[in-house]
Write a protein that binds this ligand. Structure first.
Ligand code: MG
Length: 253
């Protein structure tokens, strides 16, 4: 092995570790981090919208969504069989309405035939406030770093278990999100918190996020508005979504 390459390989984990405060003691995307045990769920939790929910996608229209490439433009994804499908390369989409603390329900499906592996198999993401990602990935018999598999808080916390269903199955996320609170000087008084059920199974339990989720490096909190749009990611694979609804939450009692 050339000496320069060897130096790079030796230096890389040190550099990443230096930039990335550990979550539970683990550097970001560590391949040594234990993978959560597999728990076969009974099926997706298909929950119709309650009366006070804002229906973001009912299978018929993307009126509630905009293009990440141009917020004035309609969402460029396509509707097929009552689902919205990512159009690879078209960019992500986000809601026209901004949200803060919410309960969110959605269902998603990984594409078939299965193409790629690791992070390149059925990758998308649910971005609370456009900033905090719950990973969407085909994690059925598909190995990747633990903090990047389905229902991970990307780059920070793996799910407690892998409750994935096979590709071409509908899967559900039920998410309770509390936005971070900032002091007037921009410092964090309360971190963002996330609770996630994957196919009805608890996988994130009131977890305090370390900051915005990102790739390769953990970035610190930066003060942002109390409400921001919800985003869905175009990661180059035609993942489908359906039955997306959201309930803005009042302050915690
Ligand atoms: Mg993703």
């Amino acid at each position: 092995m050339p000496r320069t390459l060897l130096c790079l390989l030796v230096a890389l984990p040190v550099t990443l570790a230096a930039q990335s405060p550990p979550a539970g003691g683990w550097p970001i995307h560590s391949l040594n981090r234990p993978r959560p045990p597999v728990v076969h769920p009974g099926g997706p939790a298909v929950v119709p919208p309650p009366a006070d929910a804002v229906v973001l996608f009912d299978g018929r229209t993307l009126d509630q969504w905009r293009s990440d490439e141009d917020s004035a433009a309609a969402a460029p994804w396509k509707i097929i069989d009552g689902a919205v499908e990512v159009v690879p390369g078209s960019g992500g989409i986000h809601t026209a309405t901004p949200f803060g603390d919410v309960q969110l329900h959605l269902e998603w499906m990984s594409p078939t035939p299965v193409v790629g592996e690791g992070q390149n198999r059925g990758n998308s993401g649910v971005f609370l406030m456009g900033t905090y990602e719950v990973q969407v990935l085909d994690s059925w018999e598909n190995t990747t770093y633990a903090d990047g598999q389905a229902a991970a808080l990307y780059g920070q916390f793996p799910p407690e278990v892998n409750a994935s269903l096979p590709p071409a199955s509908w899967q559900s996320y039920d998410i309770i999100f509390r936005r971070p609170r900032f002091a007037a000087d921009g410092s964090v008084t309360q971190p963002a918190r996330m609770t996630v059920f994957h196919n009805g199974v608890l996988v994130q339990d009131h977890v305090a996020l370390l900051g915005p989720t990102s790739h390769m490096v953990r970035t610190p909190y930066a003060r942002h508005p109390d409400r921001l749009p919800l985003g869905l990611q175009d990661h180059g694979t035609p993942v489908r979504f359906r039955n997306i609804w959201i309930r803005p939450l009042g302050p915690r009692p």
